[in-house]
Design a protein around this ligand. Structure first.
Ligand code: DC
Length: 220
């Protein structure tokens, strides 16, 4: 039997990662894992426990108690912490503002990376995993590695169209999250040397999906 296909898709917020990753997974009949939602779920849990976000040790201890359970169905993505479905609350501004702090805590990353590897290795049909450090850290043996980019204005326009927020405010938020994500010590956001960069600024969603499916072609 051939090895299940693993596709790693990294990139900054608003680069189109989630729509592209889900589209590629659906097209190829693979599972799908949104690792950003896992860091958001831990952040939601830490906030729900009233933890002080300046206390790194308290965040790490709290994260150990969070039972993060992501769905791997690209047509029905979602995530729970224990028995609580947190798919909606993890998209709140409160979580979005705090997630860079929580995801920079090394113990949080160790816990999530280990869970992400377990989920990827259990996916018998193959899997598309999206995040920031998938190609470089989580799944360095992935058969296909993509780094999605788009210029900040295009990214802000897409995010604002999704959630109805102001474009300029969204752009500032994206840029400050990029900065926090790419300057942190533990697994900063960066393109891994062997990833293929795809600039989505002037491409439609279908064009990006077609491109990645064709790159994956020889591995399917
Ligand atoms: O993709 P997103 O915006 O839902 O990600 C939320 C946050 O999680 C983002 O600020 C960076 C962090 N993240 C990370 O550090 N590593 C990943 N593999 C995925 C997301």
């Amino acid at each position: 039997m051939s090895t299940p296909l693993v596709i790693a898709i990294d990139g900054p917020s608003g680069s189109g990662k989630s729509s592209v990753s889900r589209g590629v997974a659906t097209r190829l009949g693979l599972s799908y894992l949104d690792t950003g939602s896992m860091y958001r779920a831990v952040t939601w849990f830490v906030q729900s426990q009233g933890i002080d976000l300046t206390n790194v040790q308290a965040i790490a201890e709290c994260a150990r108690l969070a039972e993060v359970i992501p769905s791997v169905d690209p047509n029905n993505p979602g995530i729970s912490v224990g028995t609580v479905d947190v798919s909606e609350p993890i998209r709140s501004d409160e979580v979005t503002r705090a997630v860079s702090i929580v995801s920079a805590v090394p113990e949080v990353r160790t816990l999530m990376v280990s869970l992400q590897r377990d989920i990827a290795h259990q996916a018998q049909v193959g899997i598309v995993v999206e995040g920031r450090d998938i190609a470089g850290v989580v799944l360095p043996d992935a058969a296909v590695k993509i780094y999605l980019t788009a210029d900040p204005q295009a990214r802000a326009l897409r995010r604002a169209a999704e959630n109805g927020a102001n474009v300029d405010a969204t752009k500032q938020q994206l840029l400050s999250r990029d900065k926090a994500d790419s300057t942190r010590e533990a697994s900063p956001l960066e393109k891994s040397a062997d990833s293929i960069e795809v600039d989505t600024t002037h491409l439609s969603l279908d064009e990006v999906i077609d491109h990645i499916v064709s790159l994956a072609g020889s591995n399917v």
